[in-house]
Write a protein of this length. Sequence first.
Length: 273
Amino acid sequence: MMVGRSVEDQYPKRNVKIGDVVLEVKNLGFTPPKGSFKRSLKDISFNVRSGEVLGIAGLAGAGRSEVFESIVGKHATCTTGEILMDGKIMQIRSPKDAIAAGISFATEDRKGTGLILGRSIGDNISLPLYDRYASFGFMRDGKQKKDWLEYMKKLRVKAKSPAVPVGSLSGGNQQKVILARWLLTKPKVLLLDEPTRGIDVGAKEEIYLLINELAASGLAVVVISSELPEVIGICDRIITLCEGRLTGEISKEEATQEILLTAATNRKEVVEA
């Protein structure tokens, strides 16, 4: 906690009109391939609405990341259940299908799979969007640069230009580059896995503010976090997982660390709201 400030002051006030259901997950199941260290999932069902920030809490190994990976088609041959967008069942067999459906996913592994550290900010922002910028095999550099500058400004990325190597940035600014990339895909739903891991307190507060602004713009946001005060501070509603199963749904008003821990360890006193 910063000197002279309460814990609550770290989180922006939520005063957003929550709209209709955008993403609905029904009976999601995942059976890991033989030899995999992934957590299996069973009968996971939840939804998230326009303007809402939904949190997913659970202990390490509970299956939180596997939920996101299954939604975006990373394990399509091992996944069961239904993914609906605006009430329509989507056939998501790959992350590319997820982007086309309006779902973007920012991984927890920022430096491993999230970014190419030796490449520029601009190149990292454009990674999933080659088709948008390619014309007859040639890249439309003017359009790319315009988008890079727009989203660097929008996400408040602190760098002199899009040509700066992303590996030279602070952790907070690297996270903003990842957000810029996925916002450029124009999603309706943004899945954020540990978006503040490994960044300092000031950068965390910037990320919280950005999440709040994205929800206020009508985006549906789902956040995985291992920090219970963070989940309580930034989310409107929280679901909990334990050993690959959904064990609780708690409103922001009811949420305390004790209640979340109880649900995340599959004890009986689960609060639903």
